[in-house]
Design a protein around this ligand. Structure first.
Ligand code: ZN
Length: 203
């Protein structure tokens, strides 16, 4: 799929663009288990519809939140999957054992996905409407199980940053959620440390 970035705003007020690298990784940005609950964006079914219309799924073929149908039960299932994948992805990034119960949640959810259809007149790709909450669940779960099998999940090297992403860089050495945020902070700190060392030597 095409590169797709989301604009995140952190509690300190800074906004920056972040490319999590895949659909399931993107879902992780919408909230998460435990202390990640402060980032929760999916409070009601229409929140998931709005989130989806701004996701990389819309990079394949555009649609609006009105094209999405989500029930309360589907929203709960998507959040359960997201939280399970948070624990799995973090364990992957840290080289820990993967929680078996959470893998069961991913494996049980891969049934449905949004259905691509081609417009006979324009020959452009669209999604069969409505896109359902069950299809969102399936798309995220399929992507998640592929990532578990394929690897490449990384945690940002920034201090106090828990963001996870798939490293799709050619060099395979992406370290930061975003150069705008953690990459720059690191550069500033490294520069200051060098400067302080030099100042120290001169005295
Ligand atoms: Zn970061």
């Amino acid at each position: 799929m095409a590169t797709w970035t989301r604009t995140l705003t952190r509690p300190d007020g800074q906004s920056f663009r972040f490319d999590p690298g895949s659909f399931a990784m993107e879902l992780l940005v919408s909230g998460g288990p435990g202390e990640l609950g402060v980032f929760e964006q999916l409070h009601a079914p229409h929140d998931l519809a709005a989130w989806l219309a701004d996701s990389r799924l819309a990079a394949t073929a555009p649609f609006t939140a009105a094209d999405v149908r989500v029930t309360e039960a589907e929203l709960d299932a998507v959040k359960r999957l997201r939280d399970a994948f948070w624990r799995v992805a973090r364990a992957m990034a840290r080289g820990a054992d993967l929680p078996a119960a959470d893998l069961d949640v991913l494996n049980a959810a891969t049934a449905e996905t949004p259905r691509p259809v081609v417009d006979p007149r324009t020959r452009t790709l669209t999604w069969a409407k409505p896109i359902t909450g069950g299809q969102v669940l399936g798309a995220a779960a399929r992507d998640a199980v592929e990532l578990v099998a394929g690897g490449g999940v990384r945690e940002c090297s920034g201090s106090n940053c828990q963001l996870l992403f798939v490293d799709a860089s050619r060099s395979g050495n992406r370290r930061w959620c975003s150069m705008e945020r953690c990459g720059n902070r690191h550069k500033v700190r490294a520069h200051r440390a060098r400067h302080e060392t030099r100042t120290g030597e001169a005295q």
